[in-house]
Ligand binder design. Structure first.
Ligand SMILES: C[S@@+](CC[C@H](N)C(=O)[O-])C[C@H]1O[C@@H](n2cnc3c(N)ncnc32)[C@H](O)[C@@H]1O
Ligand SMILES: Nc1nc2[nH]cc(C(=O)O)c2c(=O)[nH]1
Ligand code: SF4
Ligand SMILES: [Mg+2]
Length: 229
């Protein structure tokens, strides 16, 4: 059977800068394509998958700056790339773009079979098709494209809910989203993180204050403070 190929924007090794795994060395696989359209998105170069921006795997591995270029890779080619690049991290973060527009089962199974731990960063606007052992981080996008039914089941699957915030109404949105999970007791084994949008000082202040009040985690996008990828 032919292996599923994924459009990949970039593959790089760095320190996870967000959420529960902050500080953990990781290989990031950034997939191309996202229809959600958050105005403050820091990876707008991944939104469109334009045929004229397709590049070779060799050019993808040499890529050093943000660009809307992408290359098709199978899970096997991604595993081989990690080896040929000499990556040592054993934690894989699949992000995007919106990775869940793709069927992530073959990709996540392949890395887990090779002994990696795998994490998915998703907006929760598309059905999550991934290995059961994956750590799923859902960053809810309220009022964005994608159905609420999907978001509800994504939140149920989530190990971590990492909410981007700039103002109090974003925290109110999160409270509304969490209510059903709280009533069923499903919230108990999930970690809630607040992530200030774009390092804005007022957003950061609000996130700190709310995290202390609610006993939630603060996620500060450490890579941006460190000027690493
Ligand atoms: C670029 S997104 C890609 C994965 C997926 N589409 C999602 O939204 O979760 C990765 C993470 O970055 C967050 N993010 C994107 N732009 C941001 C910004 N300007 N400030 C803070 N967080 C941001 C998202 O909410 C998400 O948690
Ligand atoms: N260092 C680092 N940590 C991250 N955590 C989530 C990221 C993402 O863009 O999904 C990201 C990223 O782009 N860089
Ligand atoms: S869902 Fe994620 S990748 Fe898509 S626009 Fe929003 S933050 Fe960016
Ligand atoms: Mg990022």
């Amino acid at each position: 059977m032919q292996q599923l190929a994924y459009p990949v924007n970039e593959v790089f090794e760095t320190i996870q800068g967000e959420g529960v795994y902050t500080g953990v060395p990781a290989v990031f696989v950034r997939l191309q394509g996202c229809p959600v359209g958050c105005s403050w998105c820091d990876t707008k170069q991944t939104w469109e998958q334009e045929p004229e921006n397709e590049i070779s795997i060799k050019d993808l591995s040499a890529k050093s700056a943000e660009a809307p270029t992408w290359s098709y890779l199978t899970a096997k080619q991604l595993l081989d790339l990690c080896q040929s690049q000499g990556y040592v991290a054993k934690h894989i973060v699949i992000t995007g773009g919106e990775p869940c527009i793709h069927d992530l089962l073959p990709l996540t199974d392949a890395f887990i079979s090779e002994g990696y731990s795998v994490q998915i960063e998703t907006s929760g606007t598309f059905e999550i098709k991934a290995a059961a052992a994956c750590w799923v981080t859902v960053s809810p996008k309220v009022d964005m494209r994608g159905g609420y039914d999907v978001l509800e089941s994504a939140l149920q699957r989530a190990d971590e809910i990492k909410h981007p915030i700039a103002k109090q109404s974003h925290i109110d949105d999160l409270d509304r989203l969490l209510e059903p999970l709280s009533e069923t007791g499903e919230l108990a084994d999930k970690t809630i993180c607040l992530q200030p949008i774009s390092q804005l000082p007022r957003a950061t202040e609000l996130a700190i204050k709310t995290c202390i009040q609610r006993n939630w985690r603060l996620s500060i996008q450490a890579h941006k403070y460190l000027n690493i990828e």
